[in-house]
Design a protein around this ligand. Structure first.
Ligand code: IPM
Ligand code: MN
Length: 356
């Protein structure tokens, strides 16, 4: 009997629904070829629902989502909603409540895709950032007093527990081992200034590496230097592990080196629970409904989802199809500059997946 995956689909705002549709098209094509099926259930969380009902996430949402094998997200962010409300109320809320403590963000330049890095090609840009996704300054610990006065004091603390650090590093070491490329894990921190938090990271990193992963080489870079080397020598990197805030920042830099938001995908992963996959790009309101947005990031997010579900052959087939399309078909990645519409790009990838 073939496997059926129950997938919660959250198309979200703006161009989210358009790219999610193409992602699902490719997941279904992979299912037909590799013998599984996708059973999607759609949830309407996002800006429109919030403006209509005043509710950001229904009380039952988290519990409902726990019943799924995975979550496939489009985009969150609405031009008529103040920035922060939906991002915090939906995206961060789900990451925290479902304890998706890893944010996995591959930085891979696909064939035919232009990078702003001089003299660099796909052979130079192929690494993965493991961003801690549950702690750091994102926990919101802090506060404000005397607001609006010249004496206002604002505090927002970077908080990490040993538990959070250790589980993230363990994932990163295991991921590096399974990836089996350069077998090198780089810790990105700031031990010269954040002498409590990144000292904790560094101690656990070396202790765990020495004890449990003697075959994985360990490197350390300060976050500012990491940015420099990601531009100058991206080929140095295999897997980078870092805290939440640094991970947020360096993965935008990474994304632009791999062609930008049209292509960059990520996974919010709970290795013991329900994970959520998303294109990193936003909701692109000005392109909504025009059938011009690039769906490849959503399709690549679908490939990551398949990988996490254990459908590794199908995941490879989807990613390879994306690479064939970037390498042989598309003129560019930007909305309206691909030479094809959103749905046509989805068809191109799906046809290649089907053909095998
Ligand atoms: C991301 C985004 C989010 C983050 C925002 C929208 C809260 O920038 O997924 O990288 O900071 O994590
Ligand atoms: Mn970000």
């Amino acid at each position: 009997m073939s496997t059926t995956y129950k997938i919660a689909v959250l198309p979200g705002d703006g161009t989210g629904p358009e790219v999610v549709r193409e992602g699902l098209k490719c997941l279904n094509a992979a299912g037909r070829r590799f013998g599984f099926s996708i059973d999607p259930t759609e949830f309407d969380f996002g800006g429109d629902r919030y403006l209509r009902t005043g509710e950001i996430l229904p009380a039952s949402a988290v519990q409902d989502l726990r019943a799924f094998d995975s979550i496939f997200l489009g985009a969150i962010g609405h031009p008529d909603v103040k920035p922060g409300i939906l991002e915090k109320g939906i995206l961060l809320q789900l990451r925290f409540e479902l304890d998706q403590y890893i944010n996995l963000r591959p930085v891979k330049l696909y064939p035919g895709v232009e990078t702003p890095l001089k003299d660099k090609g796909p052979e130079h840009i192929d690494y993965v950032v493991v961003r801690e996704n549950s702690g750091g300054v994102y926990t919101g610990v802090g506060g404000v007093s005397m607001k609006g006065t010249p004496h206002e004091v604002a505090e927002q603390s970077m908080v990490y527990s040993y538990h959070q650090v250790a589980r993230c590093l363990k994932y990163a070491f295991e991921y590096t081992k399974r990836r089996n490329k350069k077998n090198t894990l780089a810790l990105c921190g700031k031990t010269n200034v954040l002498t409590y938090v990144y000292d904790l990271w560094e101690r656990v990193f070396h202790a765990m590496g020495a004890a449990d992963y003697p075959d994985i080489a360990r490197e350390y870079y300060h976050v500012d230097a990491t940015c420099m080397w990601m531009v100058k020598n991206p080929e140095w990197f295999d897997v980078i592990v870092t805290g939440n805030m640094f991970g947020d920042i360096i993965t935008d830099l990474g994304a632009i080196t791999q062609g930008g938001m049209g292509i960059a995908a990520g996974g919010n992963i709970n290795p013991e629970g329900v994970s959520m996959f998303e294109p990193i790009g936003g909701s692109a309101p000005k392109y909504t409904g025009k059938n011009v947005i690039n769906p490849l990031a959503s399709i690549a997010a679908g490939a990551m989802m398949l990988d996490t579900l254990g459908e590794t052959d199908a995941a490879d087939a989807v990613e390879n199809a994306v690479m064939t399309v970037t390498g042989t078909k598309l003129k560019g990645l930007g909305a309206g500059r691909m030479g094809y519409s959103t749905t046509e790009v989805g068809d191109l990838v799906a046809d290649i997946i089907a053909a095998g």
